[in-house]
Design a protein around this ligand. Structure first.
Ligand code: PGA
Length: 249
């Protein structure tokens, strides 16, 4: 059975002290509460080791990892290093990494393999830009991203992946995909997975929606049969904004 997941993506926000406070406050707010989803926060690399001991029910993740095992790659952080902090997740293929740092489907494939090899759960992001949506090629774009980065995995390894559909035109813009647009794409993604890995794998994969998801629209988005939660950027930066999204399930 697939899981409902609400994951915060802090992006490049919060000093270490601010991040620690936010993580502790969020954990405190969740203590003693029953929620119907897994809650994850994906923080900057340097926060991971300090935040890990503060979290009990919240999962911890990074926002990226290197496409190399180790060695002379100045400034990079490996999947093994991330795992050594206690983090269990890593966002891979976020559209900001694809757009600003030239991450291709081939590079992302290497990152996924290294994340899995180190016991991390990849939260693998896919999604089209506005021009692709306007020309009606969004399904082809998303299918290619999945196929080129993930479809060499065994069915067992594919089963360890969480997918996040994030239409690039909806990220940080306040312009959310409609609930119907989200459901339509999520159903297409599930069908794509089914064609490759079969019905069970398609049923089991969690597919999160991301892009201006907030307290006001989360419940409607999550009510769709193929939307299994959210990857939350801006609204993950305060307990007041993030908690109602968690509680939307
Ligand atoms: P947003 O970002 O919620 O600020 O639109 C989502 C994301 O990029 O993961």
């Amino acid at each position: 059975m697939r899981k409902n997941i609400v994951a915060g993506n802090w992006k490049m926000n919060n000093s270490l002290q601010e991040g620690l406070t936010l993580a502790k406050d969020l954990q405190k707010a969740l203590n003693g509460k029953t929620v119907n989803c897994d809650v994850i926060v994906c923080t900057p690399f340097i926060h991971l080791a300090s935040i890990a001991p503060e979290l009990t029910s919240i999962g911890l993740g990074a926002q990226n990892c290197a496409d190399k095992v180790s060695g002379a790659y100045t400034g990079e952080v490996s999947a093994a290093m991330i795992a050594s902090t206690g983090a269990k997740y890593v966002i891979i293929g976020h559209s900001e990494r694809r757009a600003y740092y030239g991450e291709t489907n081939a590079i992302l494939k290497e990152k996924v393999l290294l994340a899995l090899a180190n016991g991390l759960t990849p939260i693998f992001c896919i999604g089209e830009v506005l021009a692709e949506r306007e020309s009606g090629s969004q399904n082809a774009v998303v299918e290619k991203q999945i196929r080129e980065s993930l479809f060499d995995l065994s069915v067992a390894d594919f089963g360890k992946i969480v997918l996040a559909y994030e239409p690039v035109w909806a990220i940080g813009t306040g312009k959310t995909a409609t609930s119907a647009q989200a459901q339509e794409m999520h159903a297409f993604i599930r069908k794509t997975v089914e064609a490759k890995y079969g019905k069970q794998a398609a049923e089991d994969v969690s597919i999160l929606y991301g892009g201006s998801c907030n307290a006001g629209n989360a419940a409607e988005l999550f009510a769709n049969p193929d939307v299994d939660g959210g990857l939350i950027g801006g609204a993950s930066l305060s307990v007041e904004k993030f908690l109602p999204i968690v509680e939307a399930f």
